[in-house]
Design a protein. Structure first.
Length: 630
């Protein structure tokens, strides 16, 4: 359960006075505008930190040059009017960046997200739509507006939004695909609740304030660090979630230098990253991988590091047990484990970024001794970091993890009798879900009417596996068979060997060696998590004949989901577009890759190579014909 003050209710006059404590509304024509709302004084389920969270976030944005409107303790009328006014501000053609931050209670109903005003008196599911404010109107306005960027942050997944009067069947908020040019950020995943925090700020906003205050950091990188920090500090119980469709880099504090790096500078950074990766990979512990990801949140091997970290955390996670059905009302605090130790020992130096911006005055007393990217004081025991024993890399061995989308090991709650009235049934289901609160959050989020789903992407190989493909020549339509048989698995090297050494890949399926040569640095074509809008990069070198090598650079993005049919069958697949260059041959590269969760191979992999003179050197399509029989 989160930390809360005793439930209290303020008189109407006091509420009106609190709501009037605002800063200047965004000026007409301002390029960077922000609306910040904090609600805490609820009839039931009063919150301790949401007003502090809002004040500190507003101050951070103001120092970054935003025109900020801060509203506290808003009633439904005030909340609705404020959101409508901000929607009008976003329509102004002079607005380039808009930020909306909300701290308080929220709820989902029929795939819609509602912000709960302080005067809400919700007694039933029907009351939610009547007494709370639907935030989808603001996201709709964001979707209509082009040529600008929006950031929506909802720290609105606190526990028990309506006290004992009513318990929503689905906890937390519903996930949405981000409208074009926007990033949606949630304090935690669907069906989970966020910690209100034991200090001045909630756990999520504590990390937001630290990471967003660092100058010269892309917003997407800041949120990756926030997600990592909260995940480790909460022992996996709270994992922030984002959906992005940003088409350009967005900054809270823009960097002084915005020019593109030269090829030589990029290669130097690649060498630095690969050196750090070798250390993290060899150590193979939660703290070493977390340190690497904080230094390189969007690097050339960050997806490989994230996949390896996911595997380690999965191995450390407690399993559902029957004993966990009896959770005490006020459980004692668990001793720090390896996840918390990793959060407490993460490095604070970032060679490629500028110094942190000033900390909001109200937050200085709690963060003065904790520079950006450090963990909260409660998660910083003096015990030195503990290395984790070597755990199998992603995808190996296959018996180390359950199949994709497997059923939970234990049924946490029996279905209530069918004879009961529907509201009673729903409330019992809602109450029964509390038994899973102490378990780590799953990275997989199934698709809904408003969200296309996200999946932890892993491949699992076994000796003797045979993958059959056909390679179609797109010039003349001819097809040639390709068969890859797994003839070796080296866990220490994270390598899978095919056809006696003819081909080699890592545990995620990335090529390590093929007929053209061996990779001198890792290639990452596959993300640790699959969801629409996911973006990453890869830069790598491949040895060629006569001691030469070629350097490749790609930008990759999951652009959508499609139903595709190949000889192996019909699949609902995510489509990845990879666009890049062979820097040495000055060749443009286009790859389209279709992947499906639980399928240990590319369903389709299409490649086009266009030389500098415009001639297309290679254009083929590899299609899956048959998967291994296990």
């Amino acid at each position: 359960m989160n930390s809360r003050v005793a439930a209290s209710w303020l008189a109407a006059g006091a509420l009106a006075a609190a709501a009037a404590v605002v800063h200047a509304s965004p000026a007409p024509g301002a390029e960077r505008v922000a609306l910040v709302i904090g609600n805490s004084a609820y009839r039931a389920g009063a919150l301790e930190n949401s007003v502090n969270d809002a004040r500190d976030m507003a101050e951070l944005l103001r120092q970054a040059g935003f025109q900020v409107e801060l509203r506290l303790e808003t009633t439904k009328v005030q909340l609705l009017e404020t959101l409508q006014d901000f929607g009008e501000t976003l329509k102004d053609k002079r607005t380039r960046v808009g930020v909306f931050y909300y701290a308080g209670h929220g709820a989902q109903q029929a795939w819609r997200n509602f912000l709960v005003p302080v005067d809400a008196n919700v007694q039933s599911a029907e009351d939610v739509a009547q007494m709370a404010v639907d935030v989808s109107e603001l996201t709709t306005e964001m979707a209509r507006t082009r040529d600008r960027n929006f950031l929506m942050i909802l720290d609105a997944c606190r526990d028990d939004p309506f006290g004992n009067a009513f318990r929503p069947v689905a906890k937390g908020l519903s996930q949405y695909d981000a409208p074009a040019g926007s990033l949606l950020a949630y304090a935690t995943g669907p069906g989970r609740v966020a910690s209100d925090g034991a200090g001045r700020n909630g756990l999520y906003t504590t990390y937001l304030l630290r990471e967003l205050s660092v100058k010269g950091v892309r917003v997407e990188d800041a949120f990756k660090r926030v997600r990592l920090g909260v995940r480790l500090a909460s022992r996996g119980r709270q994992i922030p979630w984002e959906s992005t469709s940003l088409e350009e880099d967005l900054y809270i504090y823009p960097p002084q230098r915005r020019t593109a790096l030269s090829n030589a500078e990029q290669e130097a950074l690649l060498d630095k990253e690969i050196d750090a990766w070798r250390v993290a990979k060899t150590t193979n512990s939660v703290d070493s991988l977390a340190a690497f990801l904080r230094e390189f949140p969007s690097g050339n091997v960050s997806e490989l590091a994230q996949a390896r970290l996911n595997a380690l955390l999965r191995a450390l996670a407690p399993r559902p047990r029957l004993a966990q059905l009896h959770v005490p009302e006020s459980p004692s605090v668990a001793p720090p484990d390896k996840m918390v130790l990793a959060a407490a020992t993460m490095p604070v130096t970032r060679a490629t970024e500028e110094a942190p911006a000033p900390v909001p005055p109200d937050a200085q007393q709690t963060s003065a001794a904790m520079p950006p990217s450090a963990a909260p004081p409660a998660a910083a025991p003096e015990t030195p970091p503990v290395a984790v024993a070597s755990t199998s890399p992603p995808g190996m061995p296959p018996a180390a993890a359950a199949p994709e989308q497997a059923e939970p090991a234990v049924e946490l709650a029996a279905a209530p009798p069918a004879a009961q009235a529907a509201p009673v049934v729903l409330q019992q289901v809602a109450a029964s879900k509390d038994v899973a609160v102490d378990l780590p959050q799953d990275l997989t989020v199934p698709a809904t009417p408003t969200y296309q789903g996200s999946y932890e992407y892993v491949r699992r190989f076994q000796l003797g596996d045979v993958f059959k493909y056909q390679v179609v020549n797109r010039f003349n339509g001819s097809a040639a068979p390709l068969e890859l048989r797994v003839t070796g698995i080296d866990l220490a090297k994270d390598e899978v060997t095919y056809n006696g050494g003819e081909y080699v890949s890592d545990g995620m399926g990335n090529v390590v060696k093929n007929q053209r040569g061996a990779m001198d640095s890792p290639r990452q074509f596959y993300p640790a998590e699959l969801y629409v809008g996911k973006k990453w990069i890869t830069m790598f070198r491949q040895s060629r004949e006569r001691g030469t090598y070629n350097t490749f650079r790609y930008q990759l993005k999951v652009v959508g989901k499609e139903t595709v049919t190949v000889p192996a069958g019909r699949f609902e697949a995510y489509k990845i577009e990879a666009r890049g260059f062979n820097l040495d041959r000055r060749a443009a590269l286009e790859r389209d890759i279709w992947l499906a969760p639980g399928i240990d191979a590319d369903i389709i992999h299409e490649t086009k190579v266009r030389l500098a003179n415009g001639m297309i050197e290679q254009y083929d399509r590899q299609e899956l014909v048959a998967l291994p029989k296990r």
